[in-house]
Design a binder for this molecule. Structure first.
Ligand code: SAT
Ligand code: MN
Length: 594
Protein backbone atom coordinates (compact mmCIF):
# COMPACT_ATOMS: atom_id res chain seq x y z
CA UNK A 1 0.00 0.00 0.00
CA UNK A 2 0.96 3.61 -0.33
CA UNK A 3 -0.78 6.97 -0.21
CA UNK A 4 -2.05 9.43 -2.78
CA UNK A 5 0.27 11.98 -1.24
CA UNK A 6 3.68 11.84 -2.93
CA UNK A 7 5.39 13.74 -0.09
CA UNK A 8 4.27 11.06 2.34
CA UNK A 9 5.34 8.17 0.09
CA UNK A 10 8.74 9.79 -0.43
CA UNK A 11 9.31 10.26 3.29
CA UNK A 12 8.31 6.66 4.08
CA UNK A 13 10.69 5.46 1.35
CA UNK A 14 13.54 7.62 2.72
CA UNK A 15 13.01 6.35 6.24
CA UNK A 16 12.84 2.74 5.01
CA UNK A 17 16.11 3.25 3.13
CA UNK A 18 17.73 4.56 6.32
CA UNK A 19 16.31 2.08 8.85
CA UNK A 20 16.12 -1.04 6.58
CA UNK A 21 12.97 -2.74 7.92
CA UNK A 22 12.01 -6.19 6.59
CA UNK A 23 8.57 -4.89 5.66
CA UNK A 24 6.40 -1.77 5.71
CA UNK A 25 2.84 -1.91 7.04
CA UNK A 26 0.40 0.97 6.47
CA UNK A 27 -2.05 0.99 9.39
CA UNK A 28 -5.74 1.30 8.51
CA UNK A 29 -6.94 1.31 12.13
CA UNK A 30 -9.33 -1.61 11.58
CA UNK A 31 -10.43 -4.12 14.17
CA UNK A 32 -8.90 -7.00 12.21
CA UNK A 33 -5.57 -5.21 11.98
CA UNK A 34 -5.57 -4.68 15.73
CA UNK A 35 -6.51 -8.31 16.41
CA UNK A 36 -3.65 -9.55 14.26
CA UNK A 37 -1.17 -7.18 15.95
CA UNK A 38 -2.26 -8.23 19.43
CA UNK A 39 -1.98 -11.90 18.46
CA UNK A 40 1.56 -11.36 17.22
CA UNK A 41 2.56 -9.43 20.35
CA UNK A 42 1.13 -12.11 22.64
CA UNK A 43 3.03 -14.78 20.70
CA UNK A 44 6.24 -12.75 21.01
CA UNK A 45 5.72 -12.14 24.74
CA UNK A 46 5.39 -8.36 24.29
CA UNK A 47 1.84 -8.54 25.65
CA UNK A 48 0.44 -10.83 28.30
CA UNK A 49 -3.24 -11.60 28.21
CA UNK A 50 -4.98 -10.80 31.50
CA UNK A 51 -7.90 -12.69 33.02
CA UNK A 52 -10.40 -12.93 30.16
CA UNK A 53 -13.38 -13.36 32.50
CA UNK A 54 -12.76 -10.36 34.78
CA UNK A 55 -10.84 -8.28 32.18
CA UNK A 56 -11.79 -9.29 28.62
CA UNK A 57 -9.45 -7.94 25.92
CA UNK A 58 -7.04 -6.54 28.50
CA UNK A 59 -3.29 -6.96 28.12
CA UNK A 60 -0.20 -6.26 30.17
CA UNK A 61 3.02 -4.89 28.71
CA UNK A 62 6.25 -4.90 30.72
CA UNK A 63 8.66 -2.29 29.46
CA UNK A 64 12.42 -2.53 29.82
CA UNK A 65 13.20 -1.74 33.50
CA UNK A 66 15.39 1.20 32.44
CA UNK A 67 12.59 2.59 30.26
CA UNK A 68 9.71 3.51 32.54
CA UNK A 69 9.14 7.27 32.22
CA UNK A 70 9.74 10.36 30.13
CA UNK A 71 13.38 11.41 29.94
CA UNK A 72 13.55 15.19 30.12
CA UNK A 73 17.37 15.32 30.05
CA UNK A 74 17.34 13.44 26.71
CA UNK A 75 14.56 15.56 25.18
CA UNK A 76 15.66 18.33 22.81
CA UNK A 77 14.08 21.21 20.95
CA UNK A 78 16.20 21.86 17.87
CA UNK A 79 15.64 25.34 16.47
CA UNK A 80 18.02 27.32 14.23
CA UNK A 81 18.41 29.92 16.99
CA UNK A 82 19.15 28.55 20.49
CA UNK A 83 17.15 31.42 22.03
CA UNK A 84 14.01 30.25 20.25
CA UNK A 85 14.11 27.05 22.34
CA UNK A 86 14.85 29.06 25.48
CA UNK A 87 16.30 28.19 28.87
CA UNK A 88 13.30 25.92 29.52
CA UNK A 89 14.49 23.42 26.87
CA UNK A 90 17.58 21.42 26.01
CA UNK A 91 18.78 22.72 22.66
CA UNK A 92 20.77 21.19 19.85
CA UNK A 93 21.61 22.60 16.43
CA UNK A 94 19.14 20.99 13.95
CA UNK A 95 21.79 19.74 11.49
CA UNK A 96 23.87 18.28 14.30
CA UNK A 97 20.80 16.71 15.90
CA UNK A 98 19.70 15.08 12.63
CA UNK A 99 23.20 13.70 12.06
CA UNK A 100 23.46 12.36 15.59
CA UNK A 101 20.07 10.65 15.66
CA UNK A 102 20.13 9.45 12.02
CA UNK A 103 23.34 7.57 12.83
CA UNK A 104 21.34 5.68 15.46
CA UNK A 105 18.43 5.09 13.06
CA UNK A 106 20.73 3.60 10.38
CA UNK A 107 19.75 -0.04 9.94
CA UNK A 108 17.89 -0.08 13.29
CA UNK A 109 14.77 -1.77 11.86
CA UNK A 110 16.51 -4.80 10.31
CA UNK A 111 14.33 -7.83 10.99
CA UNK A 112 11.48 -5.57 12.08
CA UNK A 113 8.30 -4.13 10.58
CA UNK A 114 8.02 -0.41 9.89
CA UNK A 115 4.47 0.66 10.76
CA UNK A 116 3.04 3.78 9.11
CA UNK A 117 0.48 5.33 11.47
CA UNK A 118 -1.62 8.18 10.06
CA UNK A 119 -3.42 9.88 12.93
CA UNK A 120 -5.59 12.88 13.68
CA UNK A 121 -5.35 14.85 16.92
CA UNK A 122 -8.91 16.02 17.61
CA UNK A 123 -12.31 15.14 16.14
CA UNK A 124 -11.69 13.97 12.59
CA UNK A 125 -13.88 16.70 11.04
CA UNK A 126 -12.77 19.52 13.38
CA UNK A 127 -11.11 22.63 11.94
CA UNK A 128 -9.19 22.77 15.24
CA UNK A 129 -7.74 19.26 14.76
CA UNK A 130 -4.28 18.61 13.26
CA UNK A 131 -2.83 15.47 11.70
CA UNK A 132 0.43 13.61 11.83
CA UNK A 133 2.06 10.39 10.70
CA UNK A 134 4.18 8.31 13.06
CA UNK A 135 6.62 5.78 11.62
CA UNK A 136 7.57 3.20 14.25
CA UNK A 137 8.93 -0.31 14.64
CA UNK A 138 6.89 -0.95 17.78
CA UNK A 139 3.61 -2.85 17.55
CA UNK A 140 2.92 -1.74 21.14
CA UNK A 141 3.06 1.87 19.95
CA UNK A 142 0.57 1.05 17.16
CA UNK A 143 -1.87 -0.54 19.63
CA UNK A 144 -1.58 2.46 21.97
CA UNK A 145 -1.87 5.07 19.21
CA UNK A 146 -5.06 3.32 18.10
CA UNK A 147 -6.57 4.04 21.53
CA UNK A 148 -5.02 7.48 22.05
CA UNK A 149 -5.70 9.06 18.63
CA UNK A 150 -8.07 8.83 15.67
CA UNK A 151 -5.76 6.52 13.74
CA UNK A 152 -6.03 4.92 10.31
CA UNK A 153 -7.90 5.35 7.05
CA UNK A 154 -9.96 8.45 7.96
CA UNK A 155 -6.86 10.28 9.20
CA UNK A 156 -4.95 9.33 6.06
CA UNK A 157 -7.79 10.68 3.90
CA UNK A 158 -7.63 14.01 5.75
CA UNK A 159 -3.84 14.14 5.43
CA UNK A 160 -4.09 13.50 1.68
CA UNK A 161 -6.67 16.26 1.40
CA UNK A 162 -4.67 18.80 3.43
CA UNK A 163 -1.22 17.85 2.19
CA UNK A 164 0.46 18.80 5.50
CA UNK A 165 1.17 16.66 8.53
CA UNK A 166 3.59 16.42 11.44
CA UNK A 167 6.30 13.82 10.74
CA UNK A 168 7.22 11.59 13.67
CA UNK A 169 9.91 8.91 13.35
CA UNK A 170 10.28 6.45 16.21
CA UNK A 171 12.28 3.30 16.90
CA UNK A 172 12.77 1.42 20.14
CA UNK A 173 16.35 1.06 18.89
CA UNK A 174 18.37 -0.91 21.41
CA UNK A 175 16.45 0.41 24.46
CA UNK A 176 19.82 1.63 25.62
CA UNK A 177 19.57 4.79 27.78
CA UNK A 178 22.89 5.93 26.29
CA UNK A 179 21.43 5.74 22.79
CA UNK A 180 18.13 7.42 23.63
CA UNK A 181 17.02 10.81 22.29
CA UNK A 182 13.66 12.54 21.88
CA UNK A 183 14.25 15.33 19.37
CA UNK A 184 11.87 17.98 18.08
CA UNK A 185 12.33 20.14 14.99
CA UNK A 186 9.48 22.64 15.30
CA UNK A 187 10.58 24.64 12.25
CA UNK A 188 10.17 21.43 10.17
CA UNK A 189 7.14 20.17 12.11
CA UNK A 190 8.99 16.94 12.75
CA UNK A 191 9.98 14.63 15.60
CA UNK A 192 12.63 11.90 15.89
CA UNK A 193 12.67 9.57 18.89
CA UNK A 194 14.88 6.54 19.47
CA UNK A 195 15.78 4.17 22.29
CA UNK A 196 12.57 4.20 24.32
CA UNK A 197 9.26 2.38 23.96
CA UNK A 198 7.57 4.20 26.80
CA UNK A 199 4.58 6.57 26.86
CA UNK A 200 5.38 10.14 26.01
CA UNK A 201 8.76 9.13 24.54
CA UNK A 202 7.19 6.78 22.00
CA UNK A 203 3.52 7.69 21.43
CA UNK A 204 4.54 10.70 19.39
CA UNK A 205 1.01 12.09 18.97
CA UNK A 206 0.89 12.91 22.67
CA UNK A 207 3.54 15.14 24.29
CA UNK A 208 5.82 15.44 21.24
CA UNK A 209 3.16 16.47 18.72
CA UNK A 210 0.12 17.69 20.69
CA UNK A 211 2.22 19.80 23.08
CA UNK A 212 5.79 20.55 21.90
CA UNK A 213 5.18 20.89 18.16
CA UNK A 214 1.58 22.10 18.56
CA UNK A 215 2.57 24.85 21.03
CA UNK A 216 4.95 26.19 18.38
CA UNK A 217 2.24 26.02 15.69
CA UNK A 218 -0.31 27.52 18.08
CA UNK A 219 1.85 30.57 18.67
CA UNK A 220 2.18 31.33 14.98
CA UNK A 221 -1.52 30.65 14.36
CA UNK A 222 -2.95 32.46 17.42
CA UNK A 223 -4.17 29.59 19.59
CA UNK A 224 -3.00 27.67 22.68
CA UNK A 225 -1.82 24.04 23.02
CA UNK A 226 -1.87 23.30 26.74
CA UNK A 227 -1.19 20.53 29.28
CA UNK A 228 -4.74 20.69 30.61
CA UNK A 229 -7.71 18.46 31.28
CA UNK A 230 -11.15 19.63 30.17
CA UNK A 231 -14.28 18.94 32.19
CA UNK A 232 -17.89 20.12 32.21
CA UNK A 233 -19.58 21.08 35.50
CA UNK A 234 -23.34 20.60 35.24
CA UNK A 235 -25.34 22.46 37.88
CA UNK A 236 -28.83 21.55 39.15
CA UNK A 237 -30.34 23.92 36.54
CA UNK A 238 -28.78 21.75 33.84
CA UNK A 239 -26.30 24.43 32.71
CA UNK A 240 -22.82 23.12 31.86
CA UNK A 241 -19.68 25.21 32.47
CA UNK A 242 -16.48 23.98 30.85
CA UNK A 243 -13.25 24.24 32.79
CA UNK A 244 -9.66 23.62 31.63
CA UNK A 245 -7.08 22.77 34.29
CA UNK A 246 -3.29 22.51 34.10
CA UNK A 247 -1.39 20.29 36.53
CA UNK A 248 2.03 18.66 36.07
CA UNK A 249 2.17 14.94 35.19
CA UNK A 250 0.92 12.60 37.93
CA UNK A 251 -0.79 15.37 39.94
CA UNK A 252 -4.37 14.14 39.56
CA UNK A 253 -5.58 15.48 36.20
CA UNK A 254 -7.23 12.16 35.36
CA UNK A 255 -8.97 12.00 38.75
CA UNK A 256 -10.22 15.60 38.52
CA UNK A 257 -11.42 15.11 34.94
CA UNK A 258 -13.54 12.12 36.04
CA UNK A 259 -14.64 13.50 39.41
CA UNK A 260 -17.71 11.99 41.03
CA UNK A 261 -19.36 14.67 43.21
CA UNK A 262 -20.15 13.92 46.88
CA UNK A 263 -23.56 12.39 47.53
CA UNK A 264 -25.20 15.66 48.61
CA UNK A 265 -24.15 17.24 45.31
CA UNK A 266 -25.35 14.27 43.25
CA UNK A 267 -28.71 14.37 45.06
CA UNK A 268 -28.98 18.07 44.22
CA UNK A 269 -28.31 17.37 40.53
CA UNK A 270 -24.63 18.20 40.03
CA UNK A 271 -22.59 16.18 37.53
CA UNK A 272 -19.11 16.25 36.03
CA UNK A 273 -18.59 15.47 32.33
CA UNK A 274 -15.18 14.41 31.03
CA UNK A 275 -13.85 15.89 27.77
CA UNK A 276 -10.14 15.20 28.27
CA UNK A 277 -7.59 14.36 30.96
CA UNK A 278 -4.25 15.65 29.64
CA UNK A 279 -4.19 18.00 26.66
CA UNK A 280 -6.35 20.95 25.60
CA UNK A 281 -6.17 22.97 22.38
CA UNK A 282 -7.93 26.34 22.76
CA UNK A 283 -8.74 28.83 20.02
CA UNK A 284 -10.38 32.26 20.29
CA UNK A 285 -13.82 32.00 18.66
CA UNK A 286 -15.76 34.61 16.69
CA UNK A 287 -17.67 35.34 19.92
CA UNK A 288 -14.44 36.24 21.76
CA UNK A 289 -14.55 33.14 23.95
CA UNK A 290 -11.89 30.40 24.00
CA UNK A 291 -13.14 27.18 22.40
CA UNK A 292 -11.42 23.95 23.37
CA UNK A 293 -10.97 20.46 21.98
CA UNK A 294 -9.24 17.45 23.49
CA UNK A 295 -6.85 16.36 20.74
CA UNK A 296 -6.67 12.85 22.21
CA UNK A 297 -9.11 9.96 21.91
CA UNK A 298 -7.98 7.98 24.96
CA UNK A 299 -6.37 8.17 28.38
CA UNK A 300 -2.82 7.17 29.27
CA UNK A 301 -3.34 7.45 33.01
CA UNK A 302 -1.27 6.71 36.10
CA UNK A 303 -2.47 3.42 37.63
CA UNK A 304 -1.20 3.54 41.26
CA UNK A 305 -3.68 5.18 43.59
CA UNK A 306 -6.62 4.62 41.22
CA UNK A 307 -9.38 2.94 43.21
CA UNK A 308 -13.13 2.74 43.68
CA UNK A 309 -12.73 5.49 46.27
CA UNK A 310 -10.44 7.88 44.37
CA UNK A 311 -11.76 7.39 40.83
CA UNK A 312 -14.61 4.92 40.39
CA UNK A 313 -15.15 6.15 36.81
CA UNK A 314 -11.61 5.16 35.86
CA UNK A 315 -11.98 1.73 37.45
CA UNK A 316 -15.22 1.15 35.58
CA UNK A 317 -13.54 1.80 32.24
CA UNK A 318 -10.57 -0.46 32.98
CA UNK A 319 -12.27 -3.85 33.12
CA UNK A 320 -12.27 -4.44 29.37
CA UNK A 321 -10.33 -3.45 26.23
CA UNK A 322 -7.42 -1.79 28.02
CA UNK A 323 -3.64 -2.02 27.86
CA UNK A 324 -1.73 -1.93 31.15
CA UNK A 325 1.95 -1.06 31.28
CA UNK A 326 4.18 -2.03 34.21
CA UNK A 327 1.39 -2.89 36.68
CA UNK A 328 1.52 -5.99 38.90
CA UNK A 329 -0.79 -8.99 38.56
CA UNK A 330 -2.70 -11.10 41.06
CA UNK A 331 -2.59 -14.91 41.12
CA UNK A 332 -5.65 -15.00 38.84
CA UNK A 333 -4.06 -12.61 36.31
CA UNK A 334 -6.02 -9.49 37.19
CA UNK A 335 -4.09 -6.20 37.01
CA UNK A 336 -3.05 -4.81 40.39
CA UNK A 337 -1.35 -1.69 41.72
CA UNK A 338 -0.76 -0.02 45.06
CA UNK A 339 -3.95 1.56 46.37
CA UNK A 340 -6.28 -0.54 44.18
CA UNK A 341 -7.59 -3.12 46.64
CA UNK A 342 -6.69 -5.49 49.44
CA UNK A 343 -6.02 -8.25 46.91
CA UNK A 344 -2.45 -9.52 46.97
CA UNK A 345 -0.11 -9.11 44.03
CA UNK A 346 1.44 -12.37 42.84
CA UNK A 347 3.97 -10.92 40.36
CA UNK A 348 5.46 -7.43 40.30
CA UNK A 349 5.86 -5.07 37.34
CA UNK A 350 9.02 -6.85 36.23
CA UNK A 351 7.28 -10.24 36.34
CA UNK A 352 9.13 -11.40 39.45
CA UNK A 353 7.32 -13.20 42.28
CA UNK A 354 6.12 -10.36 44.44
CA UNK A 355 8.20 -9.56 47.50
CA UNK A 356 7.70 -6.45 49.59
CA UNK A 357 11.49 -6.28 49.88
CA UNK A 358 11.90 -5.43 46.20
CA UNK A 359 9.79 -2.27 46.31
CA UNK A 360 6.31 -1.47 45.03
CA UNK A 361 4.53 -4.23 43.11
CA UNK A 362 3.42 -1.83 40.35
CA UNK A 363 5.91 0.72 39.06
CA UNK A 364 4.98 4.18 40.48
CA UNK A 365 4.61 5.42 36.87
CA UNK A 366 2.69 2.35 35.67
CA UNK A 367 -0.10 3.25 33.28
CA UNK A 368 -3.35 2.21 31.65
CA UNK A 369 -4.31 3.01 28.06
CA UNK A 370 -7.99 3.03 27.25
CA UNK A 371 -10.42 4.59 24.79
CA UNK A 372 -11.99 7.78 26.20
CA UNK A 373 -15.48 6.58 25.32
CA UNK A 374 -15.23 3.82 27.91
CA UNK A 375 -15.33 6.38 30.70
CA UNK A 376 -18.81 6.54 32.31
CA UNK A 377 -18.52 10.35 32.57
CA UNK A 378 -17.34 10.74 28.92
CA UNK A 379 -19.04 13.72 27.32
CA UNK A 380 -20.32 13.42 23.75
CA UNK A 381 -19.18 17.05 23.37
CA UNK A 382 -15.65 15.57 23.15
CA UNK A 383 -16.56 14.84 19.52
CA UNK A 384 -17.88 18.35 18.86
CA UNK A 385 -15.96 19.77 15.89
CA UNK A 386 -16.22 23.32 17.28
CA UNK A 387 -15.09 22.30 20.77
CA UNK A 388 -16.56 23.62 24.01
CA UNK A 389 -16.44 27.20 25.38
CA UNK A 390 -14.13 27.54 28.40
CA UNK A 391 -15.44 29.50 31.43
CA UNK A 392 -12.50 28.99 33.79
CA UNK A 393 -8.84 28.04 33.61
CA UNK A 394 -7.28 26.43 36.68
CA UNK A 395 -3.58 26.12 37.44
CA UNK A 396 -2.36 23.83 40.21
CA UNK A 397 0.68 22.00 41.49
CA UNK A 398 1.75 19.85 44.40
CA UNK A 399 2.61 22.26 47.22
CA UNK A 400 2.95 20.92 50.76
CA UNK A 401 3.17 24.40 52.20
CA UNK A 402 2.09 28.01 51.70
CA UNK A 403 -0.26 27.83 48.71
CA UNK A 404 -3.95 28.03 49.69
CA UNK A 405 -6.69 25.65 48.56
CA UNK A 406 -7.94 28.06 45.92
CA UNK A 407 -7.56 31.64 44.77
CA UNK A 408 -8.65 33.64 41.76
CA UNK A 409 -6.47 35.93 39.69
CA UNK A 410 -7.59 39.54 39.47
CA UNK A 411 -7.52 39.68 35.69
CA UNK A 412 -5.91 38.00 32.67
CA UNK A 413 -2.45 39.55 33.18
CA UNK A 414 -2.40 38.50 36.81
CA UNK A 415 -3.63 35.05 35.77
CA UNK A 416 -0.76 34.68 33.31
CA UNK A 417 1.65 35.58 36.12
CA UNK A 418 -0.02 33.00 38.39
CA UNK A 419 0.39 30.34 35.69
CA UNK A 420 3.96 31.35 34.89
CA UNK A 421 4.89 31.21 38.61
CA UNK A 422 3.46 27.75 39.21
CA UNK A 423 5.63 25.48 41.31
CA UNK A 424 5.22 21.78 41.92
CA UNK A 425 7.01 18.92 43.64
CA UNK A 426 8.32 16.46 41.04
CA UNK A 427 6.70 13.03 40.47
CA UNK A 428 7.61 9.62 39.02
CA UNK A 429 6.26 10.62 35.59
CA UNK A 430 9.75 11.71 34.61
CA UNK A 431 13.10 10.09 35.37
CA UNK A 432 14.88 11.85 38.24
CA UNK A 433 14.38 12.83 41.88
CA UNK A 434 10.80 12.83 43.21
CA UNK A 435 9.37 15.48 45.56
CA UNK A 436 11.70 18.34 44.61
CA UNK A 437 10.00 21.73 44.22
CA UNK A 438 10.54 23.23 40.80
CA UNK A 439 8.91 25.99 38.76
CA UNK A 440 6.66 24.44 36.16
CA UNK A 441 4.98 27.31 34.29
CA UNK A 442 1.46 26.37 33.20
CA UNK A 443 2.57 22.71 33.86
CA UNK A 444 4.39 23.08 30.52
CA UNK A 445 8.04 22.95 31.67
CA UNK A 446 8.67 19.61 29.92
CA UNK A 447 6.31 20.34 27.03
CA UNK A 448 6.60 23.89 25.70
CA UNK A 449 8.29 23.68 22.29
CA UNK A 450 9.77 27.19 22.45
CA UNK A 451 11.18 29.88 24.75
CA UNK A 452 8.95 30.34 27.82
CA UNK A 453 9.47 34.12 27.61
CA UNK A 454 7.82 34.10 24.17
CA UNK A 455 5.18 31.70 25.47
CA UNK A 456 4.24 34.11 28.28
CA UNK A 457 4.03 36.91 25.72
CA UNK A 458 1.76 34.73 23.58
CA UNK A 459 -0.51 34.09 26.57
CA UNK A 460 -0.68 37.84 27.32
CA UNK A 461 -1.46 38.48 23.65
CA UNK A 462 -4.56 36.27 23.79
CA UNK A 463 -6.22 39.24 25.53
CA UNK A 464 -7.42 41.31 22.58
CA UNK A 465 -10.18 43.87 22.23
CA UNK A 466 -13.51 42.03 22.29
CA UNK A 467 -12.07 38.91 23.95
CA UNK A 468 -14.33 37.25 26.55
CA UNK A 469 -11.67 35.28 28.31
CA UNK A 470 -12.10 32.69 31.07
CA UNK A 471 -11.36 33.66 34.67
CA UNK A 472 -8.11 32.19 35.95
CA UNK A 473 -7.77 30.31 39.26
CA UNK A 474 -5.06 28.49 41.19
CA UNK A 475 -5.75 25.43 43.35
CA UNK A 476 -3.67 23.26 45.68
CA UNK A 477 -5.09 19.92 46.78
CA UNK A 478 -1.75 18.85 48.26
CA UNK A 479 -1.29 21.11 51.26
CA UNK A 480 -0.06 19.26 54.38
CA UNK A 481 -0.40 20.02 58.07
CA UNK A 482 2.34 19.94 60.72
CA UNK A 483 1.55 16.24 61.17
CA UNK A 484 2.54 15.59 57.54
CA UNK A 485 -1.04 14.65 56.59
CA UNK A 486 -3.03 16.22 53.77
CA UNK A 487 -5.28 19.04 55.02
CA UNK A 488 -7.85 18.63 52.25
CA UNK A 489 -9.55 15.31 51.38
CA UNK A 490 -9.32 15.97 47.63
CA UNK A 491 -10.84 13.72 44.93
CA UNK A 492 -14.67 13.99 44.93
CA UNK A 493 -14.57 16.76 47.52
CA UNK A 494 -12.74 18.98 45.02
CA UNK A 495 -16.28 19.48 43.70
CA UNK A 496 -16.73 22.00 46.53
CA UNK A 497 -13.96 24.13 45.07
CA UNK A 498 -15.32 23.70 41.53
CA UNK A 499 -18.70 24.97 42.71
CA UNK A 500 -17.10 28.15 44.08
CA UNK A 501 -15.13 28.60 40.85
CA UNK A 502 -18.23 28.22 38.69
CA UNK A 503 -20.08 30.58 41.04
CA UNK A 504 -17.35 33.19 40.53
CA UNK A 505 -17.69 32.78 36.77
CA UNK A 506 -21.38 33.59 36.82
CA UNK A 507 -21.09 36.28 39.47
CA UNK A 508 -23.01 34.46 42.21
CA UNK A 509 -20.10 34.05 44.64
CA UNK A 510 -18.29 36.60 46.77
CA UNK A 511 -14.54 36.73 47.45
CA UNK A 512 -11.96 38.21 49.83
CA UNK A 513 -9.27 40.40 48.31
CA UNK A 514 -5.68 39.57 49.27
CA UNK A 515 -2.36 40.59 47.68
CA UNK A 516 -2.03 37.24 45.90
CA UNK A 517 -5.61 37.18 44.60
CA UNK A 518 -9.24 36.57 45.55
CA UNK A 519 -10.10 33.86 48.06
CA UNK A 520 -13.44 32.36 49.15
CA UNK A 521 -14.97 33.22 52.50
CA UNK A 522 -14.89 29.94 54.45
CA UNK A 523 -18.68 30.14 54.80
CA UNK A 524 -19.09 30.34 51.01
CA UNK A 525 -17.61 26.88 50.50
CA UNK A 526 -20.35 24.24 50.52
CA UNK A 527 -19.13 21.80 53.18
CA UNK A 528 -22.28 19.71 53.59
CA UNK A 529 -21.36 16.16 54.52
CA UNK A 530 -17.68 17.01 55.06
CA UNK A 531 -16.04 16.74 58.46
CA UNK A 532 -12.98 18.94 58.11
CA UNK A 533 -12.34 20.87 61.37
CA UNK A 534 -12.59 24.67 61.15
CA UNK A 535 -8.92 25.05 62.09
CA UNK A 536 -7.91 23.02 59.03
CA UNK A 537 -10.08 25.12 56.74
CA UNK A 538 -8.58 28.28 58.19
CA UNK A 539 -5.12 26.89 57.48
CA UNK A 540 -6.17 25.97 53.93
CA UNK A 541 -7.34 29.52 53.21
CA UNK A 542 -4.72 31.39 55.25
CA UNK A 543 -2.29 33.79 53.58
CA UNK A 544 1.14 33.80 55.23
CA UNK A 545 2.36 37.21 54.06
CA UNK A 546 6.00 36.66 54.97
CA UNK A 547 6.01 33.27 53.28
CA UNK A 548 4.49 34.85 50.17
CA UNK A 549 7.06 37.64 50.14
CA UNK A 550 9.77 34.97 50.01
CA UNK A 551 7.79 33.08 47.34
CA UNK A 552 7.54 36.22 45.20
CA UNK A 553 11.29 36.81 45.58
CA UNK A 554 11.91 33.32 44.26
CA UNK A 555 9.38 33.88 41.45
CA UNK A 556 11.21 37.12 40.60
CA UNK A 557 14.52 35.24 40.29
CA UNK A 558 12.87 32.63 38.10
CA UNK A 559 11.34 35.26 35.81
CA UNK A 560 14.66 37.11 35.63
CA UNK A 561 16.28 33.93 34.30
CA UNK A 562 14.47 34.60 31.00
CA UNK A 563 16.37 37.86 30.59
CA UNK A 564 15.35 40.67 28.29
CA UNK A 565 12.93 38.44 26.37
CA UNK A 566 10.56 38.33 29.36
CA UNK A 567 7.51 40.52 28.57
CA UNK A 568 7.67 43.84 30.48
CA UNK A 569 3.99 43.44 31.38
CA UNK A 570 4.78 40.29 33.33
CA UNK A 571 7.69 41.95 35.13
CA UNK A 572 5.41 44.88 36.07
CA UNK A 573 2.70 42.54 37.27
CA UNK A 574 5.23 40.76 39.47
CA UNK A 575 6.31 44.12 40.88
CA UNK A 576 2.67 45.07 41.52
CA UNK A 577 1.90 41.92 43.56
CA UNK A 578 5.23 42.19 45.40
CA UNK A 579 4.43 45.72 46.53
CA UNK A 580 0.93 44.71 47.63
CA UNK A 581 2.55 42.00 49.75
CA UNK A 582 5.10 44.43 51.19
CA UNK A 583 2.28 46.84 52.11
CA UNK A 584 0.42 43.98 53.78
CA UNK A 585 3.39 42.81 55.85
CA UNK A 586 2.73 43.49 59.56
CA UNK A 587 6.46 43.92 60.20
CA UNK A 588 7.82 45.53 57.06
CA UNK A 589 11.57 45.56 56.69
CA UNK A 590 12.28 48.94 55.14
CA UNK A 591 15.59 49.98 53.72
CA UNK A 592 17.63 51.92 56.24
CA UNK A 593 15.68 50.65 59.26
CA UNK A 594 17.88 49.77 62.25
O1 SAT B 1 4.49 9.38 29.46
S1 SAT B 1 3.65 10.56 29.28
O2 SAT B 1 4.46 11.72 28.96
O3 SAT B 1 2.69 10.36 28.21
C1 SAT B 1 2.76 10.83 30.70
C2 SAT B 1 3.06 12.09 31.39
O4 SAT B 1 4.18 12.30 31.84
O5 SAT B 1 2.15 12.92 31.54
MN1 MN C 1 0.47 14.81 31.05
Amino acid sequence: MSSKLEALNRWVAEVAALTEPDRVHWCDGSESENDALIERMVAAGDLIELNSKTHPNCYLHRSHPSDVARVEHLTFVCTSEPDDAGPNNNWMDPAQAHAKIDALFAGCMRGRTLYVIPYCMGPIDSPLARCGVELTDSAYVVANMRLMTRMGAAALARIEREGTFVRGLHSTGELDPHKRYIMHFPEELSIKSIGSGYGGNALLGKKCHALRIASWQARSEGWLAEHMLILGVQNPKGEIFYVAAAFPSACGKTNLAMLIPPESYRDAGWKIWTIGDDICWMTPGADGRLWAINPEAGYFGVAPGTSAKTNANALAMLNHDAIFTNVAVTADDAPWWEGLSDAKPARDWQGRDYSAASGPAAHPNSRFTVSARQCPSWSPRAEDAQGVPISAIIFGGRREHLVPLVFEARDWTHGVLVGASMGSETTAAATGAVGVLRRDSMAMKPFCGYNFADYFAHWLGIERPGAKLPKIFHVNWFRKGDDGKFLWPGFGDNMRVLEWIVGRCCGSEDAVETPIGLLPHVEDLNLTGLSVPASRLDALLHIDTEGWIAEYESIGEYLASFGARLPARLREEHRRVSSLLAADNPEPVTAGSP
